[in-house]
Design a protein around this ligand. Structure first.
Ligand code: HEM
Length: 161
């Protein structure tokens, strides 16, 4: 009731996944930016900020994956959309979480920025961003092309392209 009065948009959500997904995206982008600056400027404070952002990105990605797995079960979409968009979205996003956990563990043993293989570390982080964009695009197509999680029009909408 309180939510409906103060945040009427929340009422239309079928699950809370859309409320949490922007955190890992923003934290990962921030981590790559600050690790890039730390590498270029040889700055320890930048590396510490980057490490914190990477940890926050990993934690929030765990929440995003958990809410996604939970929401994905019941979201109202056609079977064809589930097959062509939700399944790839799920696989790609779980991979980004896996990469993030590996990078966070690597950075944690040699805090805040691994001494050896810094360029490789940054390259993998940039790769993570690229993979994340592909995965997020599948999610966005579900929402904006097929009204996943929304009430704007009736379901199911069959997959066409
Ligand atoms: C790091 C993890 C994840 C991120 C960053 C992420 C990101 C996104 C994005 C950007 C969208 C489009 C939302 C919009 O444009 O409003 C979306 C939608 C969606 N995602 Fe994910 N996702 C993640 C993991 C998962 C997983 C593992 C599943 C499991 C199946 C999943 C299920 C869904 C569903 C069902 C939607 C449609 C909207 C909804 O009902 O919530 N996501 N996601």
């Amino acid at each position: 009731m309180i939510l409906e009065n103060f945040l009427p948009g929340v009422r239309h959500l079928q699950n809370i996944h859309p409320l949490v997904i922007h955190f890992p995206i923003a934290f990962w982008v921030g981590a790559a930016l600050f690790y890039g600056l730390a590498l270029g400027l040889r700055s320890d404070p930048m590396a510490r900020t980057a490490f914190s952002l990477l940890i926050l990105g990993t934690i929030s990605a765990v929440v995003a994956v958990a809410t996604g797995l939970y929401g994905g079960e019941g979201v109202m979409i056609a079977r064809s959309v589930r097959e062509h968009l939700l399944e790839p979205h799920k696989k790609v996003m779980i991979s980004t979480l896996g990469i993030s956990i590996i990078l966070a563990a690597w950075a944690a043993v040699s805090r805040p920025f691994p001494n050896k293989g810094r360029a490789v570390f940054l390259f993998i982080l940039l790769l993570l961003l690229g993979i994340m964009m592909v995965g997020a695009d599948y999610g966005a197509r579900m929402v904006y092309d097929y009204n996943a999680g929304g009430n704007a029009c009736s379901q199911p909408i069959e997959f066409t392209r």
